[in-house]
Design a protein around this ligand. Structure first.
Ligand SMILES: [Zn+2]
Length: 438
């Protein structure tokens, strides 16, 4: 039996936990989540017809014009990867996008929010891109089609849309060129050789190189969002995988949302850092190591089963001295990316999950390590949680660890993931996270 104020295994196997960083109180009852991690298709899966290029949803390669204009596109020629910024419509069909970066048609934090609250103005480069885009007849058609679609989705009638002055419509389009809520869209909808609609292409289906490019492209977007809008204090990055995790598309994508504050959770973590600069080792990595929750690592990152989460949660921490992904070297990004890819690969594509990034905010002077939480959306908090503020997690941290380990060994044997150190192979040195050093 192990007992601390944060992690307490009761004689009957119930694990009472308090998240050291959020204070969330959670109980897990051992043996509740018996369903094994599987890559088999559910019985409800329906056959799917293979089409090339894919055209199953608005994020698919055959339907480039159903999304707002591309701020960036990543293309690949054999081993050479190249980024093209601020595309013109003529460039859409000439290359195949491995990843696309574009504005979210339905922003959480809108361009108007920045305009009205901060007198934010579009940068000269973006203004020029917009003007050139609209000066091209195919560009103008693309934009008016997208605005039409957006207005319809928001409940306007055909007649109302028809009557709306062109100037007003084009003002809406500003958000596509310069808003701070963006999407990073992966190329594939289904896995190669898919036979049923459950064969969706997930992060774990990428090669290590593809997943690294996905991460790097996202990190470039964080950098660019902050460089384009000086009022931004934090860029939230997340990936919702499958409908139960909040995804409105089954097609793999990440989202970035520019914010003018850090949010309560990061605010609190920065406060903790001020009191104990080593808090992410003390209550993160060291704590996990002492309780045998660390299950995978490489030279740049470490993964363990998290405690005190409403959902079964895997935490991946960067070991870098740097506190922001934008300040990581390529090797360090690769290290974090490889570990995250391995977790997704081990989970398979059937578990809905949220991938959430946390890192040192743009204007923070206290360094917090870049870390990624992968939350399995396998349970729905119910009435008990509402009444007691105690959350029931269907899996103990040890059970979560033990689900992952055999899968990781198997994938490593098959060369599907990085040469990670797994389970007992992990060195778990004290203070593995180096963010607290200069
Ligand atoms: Zn698609």
């Amino acid at each position: 039996m192990q007992s601390t104020m944060f992690y307490n295994i009761m004689p009957d196997g119930t694990v009472k936990q308090v998240n050291p960083f959020t204070g969330t109180e959670v109980w897990a009852v051992a043996g509740r989540g018996k369903k094994p991690v599987t890559n088999e298709s559910p019985v409800t899966a329906r056959p799917v017809e293979v089409r090339d290029p894919e055209d199953y949803c608005s994020f698919c390669p055959a339907r480039y014009f159903e999304t707002p204009p591309e701020k960036s596109r990543l293309i690949r020629n054999q081993e050479i990867w190249e980024r093209i910024d601020m595309l013109s419509t003529d460039k859409y069909k000439g290359t195949t996008a491995e990843f696309r970066r574009l504005g979210n048609m339905f922003e959480i934090v809108t361009l108007d929010y920045w305009r009205k609250n901060y007198a934010y103005k579009m940068s000269a480069a973006r203004q020029k891109w917009k003007e050139e885009y609209l000066a091209n007849p195919s560009g103008l058609k693309h934009i008016t089609d997208i605005i039409h679609y957006k207005l319809k989705q928001e409940g306007r009638t055909e007649e109302q849309i028809e009557k709306m002055p062109m100037g007003d419509k084009l003002l809406i389009a500003d958000a596509f060129f310069s808003g701070g809520h963006e999407l990073i869209i992966a190329k594939r909808h289904y896995r190669p050789g898919a036979t049923v609609d459950a064969d969706l292409f997930s992060s774990g289906d990428m090669t290590l190189e593809e997943h690294f490019r996905y991460f790097k492209f996202t990190i470039d977007a964080i950098h660019d969002i902050a460089a384009t809008n000086k009022y931004v204090r934090y860029v939230s990055v997340f990936q919702n995988w499958l409908r139960p995790a909040g995804a409105s598309f089954d097609h793999l994508h990440k989202q970035l949302v520019a914010l003018d504050e850090w949010g309560a959770s990061i605010e609190n973590q920065i406060k903790m850092l001020r009191e104990d600069p080593n808090v992410f080792n003390d209550f993160g990595a060291n704590f996990a190591a002492h309780h045998n929750l660390v299950f995978a690592e490489n030279d740049h990152a470490i993964a363990f089963a998290g405690i005190g989460h409403r959902y079964p949660t895997i935490e991946i921490y960067s070991r870098s001295h740097a506190g922001r992904p934008t300040e990581h070297s390529e090797d360090e990004i690769r290290g974090v990316s490889n570990l995250v890819q391995a977790i997704h690969a081990a989970m398979g594509n059937q578990i809905s999950c949220n991938e959430e990034w946390y890192y040192t905010p743009i204007d923070a002077v206290y360094k917090m390590p870049w870390h990624v939480l992968i939350k399995w959306r396998v349970n729905v908090p119910a009435g008990f949680e509402g009444g007691t503020s105690i959350f029931i997690n269907p899996m103990t941290p040890i059970e979560l660890r033990d689900r992952m380990v055999p899968r990781l060994y198997k994938l490593r044997d098959e060369n599907r993931i990085d040469r990670l150190r797994i389970a007992e192979e992990c060195r778990v040195d004290p203070n593995p996270l180096k963010y607290y050093l200069k």
